[in-house]
Design a protein around this ligand. Structure first.
Ligand code: GLU
Length: 477
């Protein structure tokens, strides 16, 4: 077994994903152990060491691409740049992608890539060289392509890296008509889709909101229904954490704590996340934000009194040691694997609801799916229907005003007449996905009294879907 991820307690990250899978397996409809073993196994693991010249010195870069499941193709999942990257971590993250895609009904197998570098220490030019060389290595082994394996952003990467990937792919595969679909999370000018940047954070918001609007669930948790005045703590102000914090604030909740590397800040009256970001840009730190109290250790924020805790950075931040001190009623895993199995057991025993990563952070891959479809269809969402809808709405409104003799206000007119733009359709598709998947998981959870937590229910949902796929396809001899 490859080196375990640093902070794991007794088992590696991949082993904890397997343990969670095993916990759920007996509740599924899949009784064939062979099928369960096949669902669990990583199908292809590609480990590369390639040379890159960085400031006149040759450096050997360690990188991976793991395709966890080929039950549906292409496989899908981000690429992370971090010094913590190792084979075990990439395998675990690839496995989570498989279960995640099944949960939100996105027709992909799971994959993940990782390059062991510290992106903050490399110049933009060096990052470009590493990214392009990595892409060329994937092309060489047929590990990338719109019908094969489609990377995306993850921890330490973003639209810029995705641009380099698509450009390298296109130059090595000239004339491939669907080439833009070889990677998602691209800038809009390079075939990206509007709404992808905020997708994961917005998905976290939609998922938690669906739970908070669920009377049955709120009764179980002894909480009031709705988002207003719910207190929220966010760990990590990267793309996911920033957008989650922003949408919770806009939705009427109070973000009372924010944590980053340098420490954490808290203000029971609420923090304006954009103002915190501006303060960090100016001073280099979130600390000393006007009106807020500093917490010296970033991890202290995880233990703040709040309704909803959102770990949105890396894996294993809540473990057997600090879980007993977590006071939140709901923990929404915006990051992948932020809880160790020990932490999970402690929180479940306390009656805390943990909304699992494979559901709550699936907004990113959901919108990646929309981007991939856009690339294959070669047309922007809304292009065909926007004007038609506006014309139709104008005539309906005209008829109503004619019949009633009353006129709507200018502000109402604007809302009623508006035909959907790309971003409206993407947000609406994401909202519908997060709402629908919540109910699929909840139904499994509440129907079976022996299923103790939402993660197990999410696994059951996912394994059932993947198992059916294997059984209906049969096994290629
Ligand atoms: N890296 C993101 C995740 O972990 C997005 C993956 C994708 O869009 O393919 O879900």
């Amino acid at each position: 077994m490859a080196k375990a991820t640093k902070a794991a307690a007794h088992y590696s990250f991949f082993e904890s994903v397997e343990r969670n899978f095993d916990k759920a397996a007996s509740f599924t409809n899949i009784k064939d152990k062979g099928i369960l073993d096949q669902i669990k196994a990583c199908n292809s693991i590609y480990r590369i060491n390639f040379p890159v010249k960085i400031a006149d010195k040759v450096e050997v870069i360690e990188a991976y691409r793991v395709q966890h499941s080929h039950h549906k193709l292409p496989t899908k999942g981000g690429i992370r740049f971090s010094m913590d990257v190792n084979q075990d971590e990439v395998m675990a993250l690839a496995a989570l992608m498989t279960y995640k895609c099944a949960i939100v009904n996105v027709p992909f197998g799971g994959a993940k890539g990782g390059i062991k570098i510290d992106p903050k220490k490399l110049s933009a030019y060096d990052l470009e060289k590493v990214t392009r060389r990595y892409t060329a290595e994937l092309v060489k082994k047929n590990f990338i392509g719109p019908g094969i394996d489609v990377p995306a952003p993850d921890y330490g990467t973003g639209p810029q890296e995705m641009s380099w990937i698509v450009d390298t792919y296109m130059s090595l595969r000239p004339g491939e008509i669907d080439a833009a679909g070889c990677v998602t999370g691209k800038p809009v000018t390079q075939g990206g889709v509007r709404g992808r940047t905020e997708a994961t954070g917005l998905g976290v918001y939609f998922g938690v909101r669906e739970m908070c609007n669920d009377t049955e669930m709120m009764k179980k948790l002894n909480m009031t229904v709705g988002m207003e005045d719910k207190t929220v703590v966010v760990q990590g102000l990267g793309n996911v954490g920033y957008h989650a914090a922003k949408f919770f604030g806009e939705g009427g909740s109070r973000v009372i704590g924010i944590a980053e590397y340098e420490g954490a800040i808290t203000n029971p009256k609420g923090l304006d996340v954009d103002a915190v970001m501006a303060h960090r840009k100016k001073t280099g730190s979130i600390l000393n934000f006007p009106g807020a109290k500093n917490l010296k250790k970033s991890a202290e924020a995880l233990e703040l009194e709040c309704d909803i805790l959102i770990p949105a950075a890396l894996e294993n931040v809540i473990n057997g040691e600090n879980a007993p001190r977590v006071k939140a009623r709901i923990v929404a895993e915006a990051a992948n694997g932020p809880l160790t199995p020990d932490a999970d057991a402690i929180l479940t025993k306390k009656g805390t609801v943990v909304i699992p990563d494979m559901y709550i952070n699936a907004g990113g891959v959901t919108v990646s799916y929309f981007e991939w479809l856009k690339n294959l269809s070669h047309v922007r969402y809304g292009r065909m229907e926007k004007r038609f809808s506006e014309n139709m709405n104008t005539s309906i409104l005209g008829s109503i005003e004619g019949l009633t003799g009353k006129k709507v206000s200018a502000a109402e007119r604007k809302i009623i007449l508006h035909g959907p733009d790309e971003v409206d359709l993407v947000h609406s598709g994401l909202e519908d996905t997060m709402m629908g998947s919540y109910h699929e998981i909840k139904d499994i959870w509440l129907k079976n009294k022996k299923i103790a937590d939402m993660r197990t229910a999410a696994f059951v949902n996912s394994i059932n879907k993947i198992g059916v796929s294997y059984m209906e396809l049969g096994i290629f001899p």
